[in-house]
Design a protein around this ligand. Structure first.
Ligand code: ADP
Ligand code: MG
Length: 261
């Protein structure tokens, strides 16, 4: 295990929604280069953690250091610029728009001239547009070569797994240091999920080992691809270790039994 300073240090995070503590004094580290599984029963605070980390919600208390930046209080765009990107539990693709449009929207801060739709005719913009096309092609070439030829087809014509690939590509366009994946298996079969994760791991190797945090219910997948797991229950961390360690932990078993009951 690395002795380096963690990439992310979350300390004493609390997120209140009225009387509910979705995160309850949560502290955890994310290590540079790892694939970390974030587990826990439904409603245990996993997505809320992503939302706090990416500035969608502002924590009621606590701090998050990312490299040398304090994230709490920063706007989502500023956090994105520090190198944190995510996918969502529910798809955020715009189905009538093309693959290209959907992916470039994820990267619009790189288009120095602002929202490109309005500036389509400017020549300075056209140069950026051409660069964006090249960049999307290059990323898709690594991620899913068959998609390259379909760059200007609407997303609604694609299968679920290709839509997920497009969402991951969108997140990767900002060349993040940290990639947050919120239940990428949602709506897919077991085989499709495995295929998608293999693609993600392959891309990860080629993109200088982006650090990945994966929220996932498919335990098979967690066992196969994570190096470490953190388990949440009622917004608290109840376990932190390898897949084997956390699944053998009685507190984790109880938390999941509670969900089954
Ligand atoms: P998980 O992703 O682990 O299933 P969430 O982080 O989505 O859980 O939710 C944790 C808890 O916080 C749940 O009880 C959920 O209902 C609550 N919660 C999440 N977001 C909000 C919100 N915007 N307003 C009120 N309650 C919320
Ligand atoms: Mg969730």
């Amino acid at each position: 295990m690395s002795t380096h300073k963690p990439l992310v240090e979350a300390r004493d995070l609390t997120m209140r929604f009225g009387g509910l503590r979705a995160l309850d004094n949560l502290s955890l580290d994310i290590r540079e280069g790892e694939v970390l599984g974030l587990l826990g029963p439904n409603g245990s605070g996993k997505t809320t953690f992503f939302n706090v980390l990416t500035g969608v919600y502002r924590a009621s208390a606590g701090t998050i250091r990312f490299n040398d930046t304090e994230l709490i209080g920063l706007k989502p765009q500023a956090i994105f610029r520090t190198g944190i990107a995510r996918t969502f539990q529910r798809s955020r693709l715009s189905l009538p728009l093309t693959v290209f449009d959907n992916i470039v929207i994820g990267d619009y801060q790189h288009l120095r001239h602002g929202l490109f739709f309005n500036l389509f005719r400017r020549s300075a913009f056209r140069a950026e547009y051409a660069r964006a096309v090249e960049e999307v092609r290059a990323l898709l070439e690594i991620f899913s070569p068959p998609l390259v030829d379909r760059l200007f087809e609407p997303v609604e014509t694609f299968s679920m797994i290709d839509r997920r690939r497009i969402e991951v590509c969108r997140a990767l366009m900002g060349r993040p240091k940290l990639l947050l994946l919120d239940e990428p298996s949602a709506g897919m079969t077991h085989d499709e999920t495995n295929e998608l994760m293999d693609d993600i791991l392959e891309v990860r190797g080629k993109l200088k080992n982006v650090t990945i945090v994966l929220i996932e219910h498919e335990m098979d997948l967690i066992r196969r691809i994570t190096e470490r797991c953190i388990v949440l229950s009622y917004g608290k961390k109840i376990a932190d270790g390898t897949y084997e360690e956390i699944t053998a932990d009685p507190e984790v078993q109880t938390a999941y039994l509670g969900e089954a009951a």
